[in-house]
Ligand binder design. Structure first.
Ligand code: COA
Length: 380
């Protein structure tokens, strides 16, 4: 029914202000106004990065949104928290006993020093074999990218194209953390972070919040003339430690969540007009295209280098700049993907509008593939 979003980036505002701004934006976007006193339940996606409010943080959402006195639940599945909170919100709507459900995502990441930042990023990876051994998420995705680059010719070039494309898309998104062009050459020459991934292959550390308002389809007209429909949901998980998995370059959680979402929506992938995928590192965008069934393993290289995933291509991917350029405030990301889809399907995305957008898919991953949520939306 409605959606709100803060700027993503290194922000002065604290967590409560970010939440309030996103939620106010969501209520303000309702075509017929009102809505606050009709709220029946709320979900907050957040990791609680930096420890700003480790327990019971979802209560703060209602304090900032409306008033206390309603059920509210925190959803935490690392970087996939937003996608899972959306799923929880849709399930609450399907119960039929609430009119309006609020789903918000939040992370405040930039007000801690680098050692604590590494700790809070690391806590969502495997503790015994990865974090305590010094392996970061950039390190895990670097291992995955090494294997992928060794397997498929021109893969390194395709990774650079993902970064360059998403940075270009970010220049058309006023909420994006980065709004600067980065050439493929600059990506390849950037300082290494975790070989073969360099600075521009990584998402940044960002602050931000996003919020959605959901209602049963048969009550949509109360709130808006142009609802966006959630047609299919899928969610799954995999072994937490990458060393326990049979394949490095395949995320089983994405594959299974994607199959469920397409089955639930009753459509084939050819019906999807554009995608919001979880490009926390450039390699993750290529894997998403393959695991969601848009191409065979290795096929994302040619698809990406052909320009098909650019904003004006036949299958735009991450028109808002993706995690790479828009930023990745952990709990907010999955909610922000749905925000972008909400704008696009209502033809309200301005300079970055995808022409003829009718069906879109959001893909949100927790950690290095341990959890995944996939959602399919349409303009009805
Ligand atoms: N992409 C593009 N530019 C980036 C960037 C990124 N990911 N991260 C930082 N920068 C830029 C900054 O804006 C700054 O530019 P400036 O000098 O023009 O102001 C410069 O690079 C240095 O920034 P700094 O914050 O000192 O970088 P850093 O070395 O501390 O951090 C990374 C760089 C890549 C290590 C950090 O962004 C990171 O850890 N990203 C991954 C986050 C993550 O793992 N999230 C979970 C995913 S599963």
């Amino acid at each position: 029914m409605g959606a709100g979003h803060t700027r993503f980036g290194v922000l002065e505002a604290g967590p409560r202000t970010l939440l309030r701004t996103a939620v106010d934006g969501a209520f303000a976007s309702l075509d017929h106004g009102g809505g606050r006193n009709e709220l029946g339940e709320a979900f907050l996606a957040t990791l609680g990065f930096g420890g700003w409010q480790i327990g019971n943080s979802a209560a703060v959402l209602l304090e900032e949104a409306t008033s206390v006195g309603l059920p509210t639940t925190r959803v935490e599945n690392a970087c996939a928290s937003g996608g899972f909170a959306l799923r929880a919100g849709v399930r609450a709507v399907e119960r039929g006993d609430v009119d309006l459900v609020l789903v918000a995502g939040l992370e405040k990441m930039t007000d801690v020093g680098s050692a604590r930042r590494r700790y809070w990023l690391g806590v969502s990876g495997d503790t015994e074999w990865e974090r305590l051994a010094g392996l970061t998420f950039a390190g895990v995705y670097g291992l995955i990218a090494s294997e992928y680059v060794a397997r498929y010719p021109r893969a390194r070039e395709a990774l650079a194209e993902v970064a360059s494309k998403n940075h270009e898309n970010g220049t058309r998104n006023p909420n994006a953390h980065f709004q600067k062009l980065v050439s493929r050459e600059a990506v390849l020459e950037a300082p290494r972070v975790a070989d073969p991934l360099g600075l521009y292959d990584c998402c940044p550390v960002s602050d931000g919040a996003a919020a959605l308002l959901l209602a049963p389809a048969d009550r949509a007209h109360r709130y808006t003339d142009t609802p966006v429909f959630v047609d299919g949901l899928g969610a799954s998980s995999d072994r937490l430690a990458v060393q326990e998995r049979p394949e490095l370059t395949r995320f089983e959680a994405t594959r299974s969540a994607g199959r469920q979402a397409f089955r639930d929506a009753g459509i084939e992938s050819s019906r999807v007009n554009f995608l919001e995928v979880h490009d926390c590192f450039t390699i993750a965008e290529l894997l998403a295209l393959e695991d969601l069934g848009f191409v065979e393993p290795g096929g994302a290289v040619d698809l990406t280098l052909s320009g098909a995933t650019r904003a004006t291509g036949r299958l735009p991917v991450n028109p808002d700049g993706g995690l790479k350029s828009k930023g990745h405030p952990i709990g907010a990301t999955g909610v922000s993907q749905a925000y972008e889809i909400f704008l696009q399907l209502r033809a309200e995305a301005g300079a970055r509008q995808v022409a003829g957008a009718e069906v879109a898919l959001a893909h949100n991953v927790g950690g290095a593939g341990a959890t995944a949520a996939v959602s399919i939306f349409s303009r009805g």
